[in-house]
Write a protein that binds this ligand. Structure first.
Ligand code: MTE
Ligand code: MO
Length: 236
């Protein structure tokens, strides 16, 4: 039973490594390093690792929607619920200050993206480390990636190394040189919150034109990496 696709999306036949061109050649330096830094407006900055292994593991099948208009259905992720991670690890150990609900994810590749805490507390939001029953691998976000199915792909940070909880957006910008207007403050798929200020028809048109080039770039970089280290990652 297929849910209809959200507005402005089409179904793409494969789930390829994708992202902004700047990050094509920046594969994660430590895909097996499963510790995360918790920082921002918190009483105690810390690095958590073992704490993550005590959280209940969950599995979920969800659809994925890239802001450039392609979607892929039925990805089987597993990992831990972000809400449980927040309550049992972040609140208990790092103690965010009141109002620290502007959340920034940073990746090992230098990527950074913001999310609102209230959106992260939905049951379907995971910190995932497995896809289709196998470790996620360097293409799709090892060691940890955010799975937020109600939000566009660019909010689903890969290769997460740090999660920051801030009281305002002062310490954050979308990765330079990309304009901040590419980063909508919410980014909800159902409401077509693709970007700031620009009309959606224009965003769709521009992104749709750029997507094939980005996909080629990401694929080529991955192929080069696999040539250099063939055993490291055989997935997809
Ligand atoms: N660290 C990091 N996370 C990222 C990106 C990236 O370039 N680097 N690209 C984003 C975008 S635009 C998309 S569509 C998805 C792509 O996920 P995939 O490579 O697993 O298909 O990752 C998102 N998260
Ligand atoms: Mo995307």
């Amino acid at each position: 039973m297929n849910k209809p696709l959200p507005p402005g999306q089409f179904e793409y036949p494969s789930f390829d490594r994708f992202g902004l061109g700047l990050f094509a050649k920046r594969l994660p330096h430590s895909p097996d390093l499963k510790s995360l830094k918790i920082a921002g407006d918190v009483r105690r900055e810390m690095i958590v690792g073992r704490e993550l292994t005590t959280l209940q593991r969950v599995e979920q099948v969800s659809d994925f929607h890239c802001v450039t208009t392609w979607s892929y259905r039925g990805l089987r992720w597993s990992g831990v619920r972000f809400s449980e991670f927040y309550r049992d690890v972040v609140q208990r150990c790092a103690e965010p200050l009141d109002g620290a609900d502007f959340v920034v994810f940073r990746g090992q590749d230098g990527y950074a993206v913001s999310m609102q805490l209230k959106d992260l507390m939905a049951d379907e939001v995971l910190l995932a480390d497995e896809l289709d029953g196998e470790p996620i691998g360097i293409a799709h976000g090892a060691p940890w990636r955010l799975v937020a199915p109600a939000h566009y792909g660019y909010k689903n940070a890969k290769h997460i190394s740090a999660i920051e909880f801030w009281r305002n957006s002062r310490n954050y910008r979308f990765p330079f040189p990309y304009p901040n207007l590419m980063d909508h403050p919410r980014g909800r798929v159902a409401l077509e919150e693709r970007a700031r200020y620009l009309p959606n028809w224009m965003v769709r048109l521009v992104y749709k034109a750029l997507a094939p080039g980005a996909r080629r770039k990401m694929r080529a970089a991955l192929a080069r990496q696999r040539e250099a280290a063939p055993a490291a990652d055989a997935r997809r």
